[in-house]
Design a protein around this ligand. Sequence first.
Ligand code: MN
Length: 276
Amino acid sequence: MHWVGNGFPVRSVFDYNGLGRELSPFLLLDYAAPYQFPPGNEKRGVGGHPHKGFETVTVAYQGELEHRDSSGGSGKIGAGDVQWMTAGNGIVHEEFHSADFARHGGTLQMVQLWVNLRAQDKSAEAGYQTLLKVQIPTVELPQDAGAVRVIAGDFAGQKGAAKTFTPINVWDVNLRAGKAAELPLPDGHTTTFLVLSGDVLVNGEKVARAGDLAIFARAGNGIRLEAKTEAKLLLMDGEPIDEPIVGHGPFVMNSRAEIQQAFEDYQLGKMGEIDA
Ligand code: MN
């Protein structure tokens, strides 16, 4: 576990240096497991810092976060809400506990996922989407097995809330104890999930538990899950991007030269500023 700023006690479940190619288009996943913050007056989080070349997806399970960025985007998200930020051609943002949450204290639980952009989309204009809980469609699973919240992509014909660049599915999967579900997924896609809570038997073979990351072969048309207990998963599925991944800190590009350029652009203020 390490701290991002003074607000986010996270475990890096994977990153682009380790599994960047295997999990393409997903670059990084930081998981802040439930952590109790006392009430306080301190501002907690990370101040202005840049990103370029990918998208950051922040899923709040518990607690409340505030975001502001140099594209003019801002938003507050709490349990069940998601922030989808396209760093694209460069952005500066800050991520803090909301003033209210900081003052009252409480449990924080969240995920931040980085999704790569194709070379042609790395120059896309930076942007920001707040996806509130009410905007994220829910699909009930057959036989009362639970429900899938479609953050991005589609499930059973229901389109997700986020606007995305490459074919991708991000689902908040909630299963009832003792129930089974088949999740259809495109052949050839990268598929992985993080278990937030509970135990699930995967494809009748292995049990995944809270904190585990399951990684699947790309061939195949779906997965089968049997919930041993009530379970919650974040499922990530996407078309792999077959391009070089060169990352350094907050930038992920296709070459060393582009990384160097990103650092220069940031230092020259070309990624903008957050309004005072
Ligand atoms: Mn950031």
